[in-house]
Write a protein that binds this ligand. Structure first.
Ligand code: HGY
Ligand code: MN
Ligand code: MN
Length: 586
């Protein structure tokens, strides 16, 4: 049985020999990593091997890629695959392709090799290590074919490292049990959606309430005391033996954007539940209450205002929002009543949700990075320094709808043309300014027709920055720019501010504790800014906060069905949070 201890104590040649099958036909990688021993953890060993490859010359990296067989290719047919590749391709049924699938793979192999000069490489055992379906493999193959060579070269190397990680797990007999559990739970609730294609779980819809009930159930099974509060937060407590103990909070949101990903928010709820279950199975209690909150609403999809769940926890819930209406004219108040709460009790029940500062030790949120930074650095985890502040607006432009064929260009009051200038204004103002971003995410011509000049156009603004002064200056310039565009074009503008969230710095003491736990996993601490908003920025109004980021695959994409992560990274995040909790000095 190979263990980390044996790998650390073998001589260099025996070490390299023990890792022969980890990187396909490429012994040079383990040979170069050998002198860096001893490795404190498997994660440290994996990182060292990755760093050998990433620091190698490009032609060595290319030879590594070319050492891999095609999927269901000639080598597979000729039975010339390595033992590892044979079992991996078999685990995904690549040895059982239909004639159509086989023909498609051969066609993709040929085009891919011709375009990139190396074979398509994919960890076919997938995010949980249990195997992708042939359909998912073929879809990924076709999607990555569109990459630039530089991007695809980097992605192919990342897939090689993922294959090596899965092979090392098998060699060492280490399975990411907590991580796989969290991935499975994300998969389960990821199938409950407001519409049949893609994951949309908006506030208090049937899918949202089914998800809440399931999260509550998993909390109960983990030995937690659970209730769902008046705004739909699922609040679970893994209680300390000391009833007077203070409380450390963690959690994230379980609502999603339209057609979103399975891990945004949900990872940060399900991962601490898996930790509570782990502690419960051991009868281990903490010197503080561990409260896990599934915040009911963070994305602002249904009622346009964000952080409804966490704002109730911080005592900053805006009661005026109870009259907000969704696209079907249902008010927030009606939605809460439909979710089973007494109308008369609502205002009091919401204010009763608020937590007291003096009861809390802090709030720590685990969340996917939703960007490419950790992925490109080859790091599974990062410590967040601050969460960017954001300003969101809705803009309505009113021009004159008129005949597309008879109205001379100089006589038009075209609302969509004005909107187009505004999109470029936002892009231009925010480009080139560090840690400032601007987005027009919604842009529509209500009731538009092909042959009618748009008389109306609606759009959204989302401006973010690490520094509030930078953000507010950009907002001022953009709003002034919109007025100038509308004045010049004879367009009437109306705009509503829907979100104003200040940047939230993370607490150095909590960051340091997370960083130390990451280093105890044999990984380097890496700090980074969060461009995405999170419940932690709301919780920062009430207590000190910190965030632990996990790496996102597929180029770091998020708010998209392609959002992905691995069970191994979820496992590392769980081990780091567990260590953080056990080491937390009250
Ligand atoms: O938009 C955001 O930053 C978050 O994902 N709601
Ligand atoms: Mn999100
Ligand atoms: Mn989120």
């Amino acid at each position: 049985m190979t263990t980390l201890f044996s790998l650390n104590t073998l001589d260099d040649a025996a070490f390299a020999a023990a890792l022969t099958g980890i990187y396909e036909h490429s012994p040079w990688i383990a040979e170069r990593a050998a002198p860096r021993r001893p490795f404190a953890t498997p994660a440290a060993l994996k990182l060292a091997l990755r760093e050998v490859v990433d620091s190698a010359a490009e032609d060595e990296q290319l030879s590594l890629l070319r050492a891999h067989p095609e999927l269901a290719g000639k080598a597979a047919i000729a039975g010339e695959l390595t033992e590892e590749s044979t079992s991996e391709q078999k685990a995904s049924g690549l040895n059982l392709c239909s004639p159509e699938e086989y023909a498609r793979l051969q066609e993709l192999n040929a085009v891919y090799n011709d375009k990139f000069g190396f074979p398509f490489i994919l960890a076919v055992k997938g995010p949980t290590g249990r195997g992708l379906t042939r359909g998912a493999i073929i879809e990924t193959f076709a999607r990555r074919l569109k990459n630039t060579r530089a991007d695809e070269f980097a992605e192919a190397l990342r897939q090689v490292h993922r294959i090596a990680e899965i092979r090392l797990n098998a060699l060492l007999g280490t399975e990411p049990a907590l991580g796989a559990q969290v991935m499975d739970w994300c998969e389960t609730i990821g199938t409950w959606s407001d519409d049949e294609n893609g994951l949309t779980c908006a506030y208090l819809t049937p899918a949202h309430r089914r998800t809440a009930a399931q999260i509550a159930d998993w909390m109960r099974q983990a030995g937690m005391i659970v209730h769902i509060d008046a705004v739909g937060n699922v609040a679970g407590r893994y209680a300390s033996n000391d009833p007077q103990a203070k409380t450390l909070m963690t959690g994230s949101h379980y609502d999603t954007v339209r057609n979103g990903g399975k891990y945004d928010g949900r990872l940060g709820i399900l991962l601490p539940i898996a930790i509570a279950a782990h502690l419960h199975a051991r009868g281990e209690r903490l010197p503080f209450h561990l409260d896990v909150v599934g915040f009911a609403e963070e994305e602002g999809v249904r009622f346009r205002s964000t952080f409804l769940g966490s704002s109730a926890i911080t005592g900053r819930f805006d009661a005026a929002l109870l009259d907000a209406v969704d696209a079907d004219g249902i008010t927030l108040r009606e939605a809460i009543v439909a979710a089973g709460h007494e109308l008369s009790a609502i205002p009091g029940a919401i204010s009763a949700i608020a937590r007291k500062r003096e009861d809390l030790l802090g709030f720590v949120e685990v969340h996917i990075e939703q960007g490419p930074v950790l992925l490109e650095r080859g790091l599974p985890l990062g410590v967040v320094t601050a969460i960017a502040g954001s300003s969101r607006y809705l803009v309505e432009l009113a021009g004159v709808a008129s005949h597309a064929g008879t109205t001379p260009m100089g006589m038009r009051r075209d609302a969509a043309a004005a909107a187009a200038e505004i999109v470029l204004l936002v892009e231009g103002r925010c480009t080139g300014v560090p840690a400032l971003v601007g987005t027009v995410g919604q842009l529509e011509v209500p009731g538009g027709s092909v042959n009618v000049i748009p008389g109306a156009c609606r759009l959204s603004l989302d401006i973010r920055a690490a520094d509030d002064a930078v953000r507010l200056a950009a907002v001022d310039d953009i709003l002034a720019g919109i007025s100038a565009i509308c004045a010049r074009r004879g367009i009437e503008e109306k705009l509503w501010k829907i979100v104003e969230a200040e940047a939230a710095p993370c607490a150095p003491r909590l960051m340091d504790a997370l960083g130390a736990a990451i280093e105890r996993q044999g990984l380097p601490r890496f700090d980074l800014l969060s461009g995405a908003g999170h419940d932690a920025m709301q919780m920062a109004q009430l207590t000190e906060v910190a965030m632990l980021f996990t790496r996102c695959g597929n180029g770091g994409i998020s708010h998209n069905p392609l959002e992905t992560m691995t069970a191994d990274d979820a496992e590392l995040a769980a081990q780091v949070l567990l260590d953080f909790l056990r080491s937390y000095a009250v």
